[in-house]
Design a protein around this ligand. Structure first.
Ligand SMILES: Cc1cc2nc3c(=O)[nH]c(=O)nc-3n(C[C@H](O)[C@H](O)[C@H](O)COP(=O)(O)OP(=O)(O)OC[C@H]3O[C@@H](n4cnc5c(N)ncnc54)[C@H](O)[C@@H]3O)c2cc1C
Ligand code: FES
Length: 272
């Protein structure tokens, strides 16, 4: 089968997460949903418009349809936001590596997300929660521009805080009248919370600027480069290491990433 040919799929449901983020619940028209791991992506096409690489925000081990949580930024994401349930789209994948969950057995997990960066972390958090006893304590730090920009509020406010030994810590850049939580940028909030690096793996996803300062804050807190895992979001076209659109030095982010430890990132030319 040509790996560049998408499978035709139907949008079964659309969940409005925030004013500019929607989660699309998608099922292939023929055959089964492909197998995937947390952190992997797929290329989603709106016919006649184009394709966009998106993290898979559902968790494969829970069964059920694929989910993509999409921020409206341009042509393809804008066309997706205009779509209704029943609309046909294309999906090809899964692409990229995945979070190395097997390496984290026994470790405390510190998830740090910003904005739509919670999409791949959601898949990961739910995967790890389903294997809760393999890991130590979970802390989820998540920030958005404003309270109404917090994605996955059902999970953030209800499911995750109720799970055993899970701390959820929310922050916003700017509060509104009802917000009683923290008002701080994610890296500052992280430093204030001051999690111990002892036996902990930190996983961070978000806008590049947030990742840059979060990595610096984690280093300040004493995390080693090997204890920090992040994802890169370079522009992509083929998704299979052929077009050269996403390379950094000798690595193709679509194949060798998007998940990297900070130690691995430091070995790459600083082009990202
Ligand atoms: C591995 C990976 C995982 C991703 N996961 C998600 C996800 O789960 N949810 C989500 O909403 N988005 C995700 N993205 C980003 C998404 O691919 C882009 O937002 C999308 O391709 C934009 O397409 P568009 O046609 O709507 O925008 P365009 O019309 O092509 O561009 C609109 C604007 O967005 C910028 N832009 C386009 N693509 C990117 C990109 N990859 N990174 C930064 N800026 C970009 C353009 O420069 C332009 O300024 C991911 C990207 C990668 C590489
Ligand atoms: S997107 Fe084509 S090589 Fe990575």
């Amino acid at each position: 089968m040509n790996p560049l040919v998408p499978q035709v799929a139907t949008i079964k449901n659309i969940v409005v997460e925030t004013p500019d983020v929607r989660t699309f619940v998608v099922e292939p028209d023929h055959g089964q949903t492909f197998a995937y791991r947390p952190g992997q992506c797929a290329m989603v096409s709106v016919f006649g418009v184009g394709e966009a690489m998106l993290s898979i925000s559902s968790t494969a081990r829970r069964g059920g349809p694929l989910e993509f949580s999409v921020k409206r930024v341009g042509r393809v994401t804008g066309a997706l936001h205009e779509a209704e349930p029943g609309h046909r789209i294309g999906v090809r994948g899964p692409y990229g590596n995945h979070f190395p969950v097997e390496d984290w057995a026994g470790s405390n997990l510190l998830f740090i997300g910003g904005g739509i960066g919670l999409a791949p972390l959601r898949a990961l958090i739910n995967h790890c929660l389903d294997e809760r006893r393999r890991y130590g304590k979970f802390d989820i730090i998540y920030g958005a521009r404003s309270p109404q920009d917090l994605c996955f509020q059902g999970e953030l406010m209800e499911n995750w805080p109720r799970a055993e030994d899970v701390g959820v810590h929310l922050t916003v850049d700017a509060a509104d009248g009802d917000w009683k939580g923290a008002v701080a940028l994610v890296p500052h909030f992280l430093e204030k919370l001051g999690p111990s690096p002892e036996g902990t793996t930190a996983i961070t996803c978000g806008p590049p600027i947030m990742i840059k300062y979060t990595l610096a804050s984690l280093k300040k807190l004493g995390f080693s480069d090997h204890q920090i895992v992040t994802t890169l979001e370079l522009k992509m076209q083929c998704g299979i290491g052929k077009c050269g659109r996403c390379n950094i030095g000798s690595k193709y982010v679509c194949v060798d990433g998007p998940v990297f430890t900070y130690a691995q990132l430091k070995e790459l030319p600083q082009e990202y």
